[in-house]
Design a protein around this ligand. Structure first.
Ligand SMILES: Cc1ncc(COP(=O)(O)O)c(C=O)c1O
Length: 475
């Protein structure tokens, strides 16, 4: 018998959860915008439940998640402590207009600002918003404000800062801008020290220095287009960086890179904005990924894992001179749901959790263990061209087996499809793998497992990847 179509508030409708997967997919085709990047597989996968490092489909099949919502769920799915913080807040003060205050917002801002003050020896303030891109927009306002309206930015080739109009202008892919024209000025994109694909014959550190030198060349002469030596002014206001490129394929620069870059920026009066949306909150083994590089940012942007994916809360930290209410007064920016109480309550609990748990020791330890396993896979599978990582931000670059260098998106696409069939076997059980793909050539498996992943689960991940690599080469 045909089911009646879904209607709003009409007696006798099928409850949405009674719809079959086929019916849901049919509705999705008809009624959901496909403007988002949701469809990596055909048909798209529907999940029902999640816990720890695993997600489950309607048939109860188990998938080990190695991307954790692009690093938004650093503390594991359904983390009881964070879920309970959300539930407590729902029962106490779930809603309040942002013209009034609530304690969680204040405590969370103070915690982040004090941590930054201790680490960077800079007083600063925190401003919240609802998503990474929106926080990037806020940071652009701070930068423009501080530089008398300069609208030109530097950013990296391979960089990703979001899909709102302003964030898209400083994101490297033209694809995201092509249909929409220019709303803000497009950044000047500068090469990132991507050593595996960089000039040959240099160590990683040498290549990092080479990239900084190439960048500094721009300031050598006014005829290179960015610097007026007579006025002592750059046309560019800030450099937007991801310390480890996220969407760009978890590319890890040499650890001396940002200190060298910062010297150049300071020389020419250019602000450093660190986009830590994907690499923040201990993804790399430190609260802020820039801490690995011994550099003080002018602005830091964060989002994703602050609430373990339970609420879209993001924010910026900026040093006082840029965000002091005298220069960034009330009304400068606003969103109804910015610093909403559910988000700030979970964010506060997540910060406390990070303070109490020893992620600074555990994440590098787990990361090193995982990376050692990946290096072993690289030795045994010619399709693995490069593996690398910082903390639990890990990369596997998939290449043609003939030279282990030519990028192979086709092999990676096959892998993603095969991994979702949930028929990889280990110790008599069947598993799927949830993988995310990034990289300049869309050939990099970017691994962002839960920071709470166990060593046994890392072994499981390595065993399943091993099987998957063998399988895709058989077909
Ligand atoms: C480094 C980086 N910046 C900005 C963003 C945009 O954040 P959102 O998707 O929450 O708007 C992302 C999201 O993936 C990101 O990884």
């Amino acid at each position: 018998m045909r089911r009646p179509p879904l209607r709003i508030a009409a007696d006798g409708d099928a409850a949405p959860d009674a719809l079959s997967e086929q019916e849901l997919l049919k509705l999705e085709k008809l009624y959901c915008s496909h403007g988002d990047t949701v469809h990596y597989t055909d048909p798209p996968k529907i999940f029902e439940r999640c816990e720890g490092s695993f997600i489950y489909d309607a048939a109860g099949r188990e998938y080990l998640d190695l991307q954790m919502w692009y690093s938004a769920v650093n503390f594991g799915y359904a983390n009881p402590r964070l879920n309970n913080a959300l539930k407590r807040q729902i029962d106490r003060l779930p809603q309040i207009a942002s013209q009034y205050l609530h304690r969680e917002k204040i405590e969370l801002a103070a915690m982040i600002a004090r941590d930054a003050e201790a680490k960077f020896a800079r007083k600063g303030r925190v401003h919240f918003n609802v998503g990474g891109s929106q926080a990037v927009e806020d940071s652009l306002k701070l930068v423009r404000n501080a530089s008398n309206g300069k609208s030109l930015m530097f950013a990296f080739e391979g960089g990703y800062h979001g899909r709102t109009l302003g964030a898209t202008a400083i994101t490297s892919s033209y694809r995201y801008r092509r249909r929409y024209g220019h709303f803000g000025d497009r950044a000047q994109f500068v090469p990132f020290p991507y050593h595996f694909r960089g000039a040959k014959g240099m160590s990683k550190e040498e290549y990092g220095l080479h990239c900084v030198k190439q960048f500094e060349r721009l300031f050598e002469s006014e005829y290179n287009g960015v610097w007026d030596p007579k006025a002592g002014q750059s046309e560019y206001a800030a450099f937007y960086v991801e310390t480890v490129q996220g969407t760009g394929g978890y590319v890890v620069p040499p650890l001396n890179f940002f200190a060298e870059l910062k010297k150049v920026l300071d020389r020419y009066g250019i602000l450093l904005v660190v986009d830590d949306i994907q690499m923040g909150f201990f993804r790399t083994g430190k609260l802020w990924s820039i801490e690995h590089f011994g550099v003080t940012p002018d602005i830091m942007v964060f989002g994703k894992a602050l609430t373990n994916g339970l609420n879209p809360l993001s924010g910026i930290w900026a040093r006082e001179e840029l965000i002091d209410p005298k220069v960034f007064p009330p009304g400068s920016t606003h969103s109804t749901f910015a610093s909403n109480p559910l988000g700030t309550a979970v964010g506060l609990e997540a910060m406390k959790l990070m303070q109490e748990e020893d992620f600074a020791t555990l994440v590098p330890k787990k990361g090193a263990y995982f990376l050692k396993g990946l290096e072993d896979l690289k030795r045994r599978h010619k399709i693995v061209g490069d593996v690398d990582g910082l903390g639990l931000a890990l990369r596997i670059e998939i290449c043609e087996p003939q030279d282990s260098f030519t990028p192979s998106k086709a092999i990676v696409d096959r892998m993603v499809d095969e991994a979702l069939k949930a028929d990889l076997e280990h110790d008599g059980r069947r598993y799927g793998l949830v993988l995310d793909i990034g990289g300049y050539y869309k050939n990099v498996i970017t691994l962002a497992p839960a920071l709470t992943i166990s060593f046994a689960e890392i072994d499981l991940a390595l065993a399943l990847l091993d099987q998957l690599f063998t399988r895709v080469m058989r077909h």
